[in-house]
Design a protein around this ligand. Structure first.
Ligand code: BES
Ligand code: MN
Ligand code: ZN
Length: 498
């Protein structure tokens, strides 16, 4: 989507629709007042009738407002005039963007920067505008022979004062970069398992490196994995006909000596559970089990688009988890790349098996920090629902940085403890550890398992099982946690510049 800064007045702006704010208590924003005046009270008449009161979540399309250059006006409930919270503003934008997309408009303008938001600056508001409008227009129709005929919003003009256009432009640019990353993440995650195989993820990474010369891709194949001794990753892959891939994407935008942020994304392109097979209901959703990997590729695209002055490496262990005659069985013991042995009590706890080898392998990049991103446990969905990703870490400062990035972007995470007390749940009588720790604290014991492979660096784990996709009627990838990770990297890249 093309998003641009537009200077000038709301009254004379030629567009299919202009979105303007109305505040709680039926108060018109300055732009809305100007439109009201030119249209001889068309807006205030509607408001007087009581069709909209101005609270966040409300929107009302006025198809026929005379006396102004815009063909339509979208009144957008924007809450208290003296200011609303960042998350309320995101709700306001989401409501507006949805209404514009539902109306089937190709172009629109937004005068919603004039809404006051507590503790956020203009660039933040502009960035959210770009991210949220792009998100609302997103469609996944590449597998339909007859894509929807409904026009798609492709151009948004953001109304700004002349003195503020630099800040607004900068915010839009960041938002556009993040949106590019989210689009890639969503496309890959929505793509079903028969299309999105480990090889497809590798090919996508390679195509990305072709598009952005600043990216370098290496792919470790099955034979090399065997030579290296990645017994845990190979154990999961042995039940599948699709060859596994371990993909590394390196971006060097920072100083040569700067240690990179390493992002490790779980790439299980379909998780049937293996021999510990899952129930049939909603099993299709396990095509989303590679969203960790997809979000890492999305971040790499965003980072390269924005040319961030920072070093980042994306590492994607990718495989299917299927029940073949050669598949691993409950009770099997395998040796991980770290040398530690693992008793596989449940073949459905496969994410940690592929991650542990990737986490050992990624030490070669001499990371500043390592963050893994994984749809790892159903228990995390029970604990936090779809509002926050689970966060567990062996380093408080890193955990706090990620919590803050979640808060700032609205793509929130919530920390769970990683106390030693939980470690004994994954003790095994037959190997160094078991791959499951019983019913209690499933998200924590999964992280406890990973923690045994990340002792040599600062590490954080994001369990995105509840946030990566939405089920039900609007089933699909959300693009999370790309906003959180980008916020984290943006802050870090500024920090390294000073
Ligand atoms: N990919 C699943 C986790 C998952 C389940 C994510 C449902 C989103 C929704 C993971 O591989 C898995 O199967 N985990 C098991 C672990 C258990 C066997 C210890 C789970 O959560 O049930
Ligand atoms: Mn599983
Ligand atoms: Zn899984």
């Amino acid at each position: 989507m093309e998003i641009s800064v537009k200077l000038g007045s709301a009254r004379t702006l030629k567009t299919a629709c202009i979105a303007v704010a109305i505040h709680s208590g039926k108060r018109l924003s300055p732009c809305a007042q100007a439109l009201d005046k030119s249209s001889r009270g068309a807006l205030s008449r509607v408001i007087k009738r009581g069709d909209i009161s101005g609270n966040p979540g409300e929107a009302l399309m006025l198809p026929d407002v005379g006396g102004i250059s815009a063909e339509r006006v979208l009144l957008v409930g924007s809450g208290r005039q003296d200011g609303i919270s960042g998350s309320e503003y995101q709700r306001v934008l989401t409501t507006a963007a949805k209404a514009l997309c539902e109306a089937g408009l190709r172009t629109a303008a937004s005068a919603l920067l004039e809404v006051n938001v507590h503790d956020r600056d203009l660039a933040w508001k502009a960035r959210q505008m770009a991210v949220i409008f792009n998100s609302a227009r997103y469609r996944f129709d590449q597998l339909k022979t007859k894509p929807s005929r409904k026009p798609q919003l492709s151009r948004l003009q953001v109304l700004s004062d002349a003195g503020q256009s630099a800040a607004v432009g900068a915010g839009i640019r960041l938002g556009h970069g993040i949106a590019q990353g989210m689009d890639l993440t969503r496309d890959l995650a929505n793509l079903p398992g028969n299309h999105c195989t480990p090889s497809h993820l590798a090919a996508t990474a390679q195509a990305l490196a072709k598009e952005f010369p600043a990216l370098r891709v290496t792919v470790v194949n099955e034979a090399e994995m065997r030579k290296l001794g990645m017994g845990a990753l190979l154990a999961v892959a042995q039940g599948s006909r699709q060859p596994p891939k371990l993909i590394a994407v390196e971006y060097k935008g920072g100083d040569r000596k700067d240690k990179p942020v390493v992002l490790v994304g779980k790439g299980v392109t379909f998780d049937s559970g293996g021999i510990s097979i899952k129930p049939a209901a909603a099993m299709d959703e396990m095509k989303f089990d590679m969203t960790g990997a997809a979000s890492v590729l999305g971040v790499m695209r965003a980072v390269a688009t924005l040319e961030l002055p920072i070093n980042v490496v994306g590492v994607l262990p990718a495989t299917e988890n299927l029940p073949d005659g050669n598949a691993i069985k409950p009770g099997d013991v395998v040796t991980s790349l770290s040398g530690q042995t693992i008793e596989i009590l449940n073949t459905d706890a496969e994410g940690r098996l592929i991650l542990c080898d990737a986490l050992t392998w990624c030490a070669r990049f001499e990371p500043a920090v390592v963050i893994d991103i994984a749809t790892l446990t159903g228990a995390c969905v029970i604990a936090l629902g779809s509002h926050a990703s689970g966060l567990l870490s062996n380093h408080d400062a890193l955990a706090n940085e990620l919590l803050e990035a979640g808060q700032a972007s609205g793509d929130r995470a919530w920390r769970l403890p990683l106390w030693e007390d939980y470690q004994k749940q994954i003790d095994s009588p037959f190997a160094d550890m078991a791959n499951v720790g019983g019913r209690e604290a499933g998200t924590i014991t999964a992280a406890c398992f990973l923690a045994r492979f990340t002792r040599d660096y600062h590490w954080a784990h994001l369990d995105i099982a509840g946030t990566a996709w939405t089920g039900g009627k609007a089933k699909g990838s959300t693009g999370r946690p790309v906003p959180l990770l980008m916020e984290f990297l943006l802050k870090r890249s500024h920090a390294t510049r000073t």
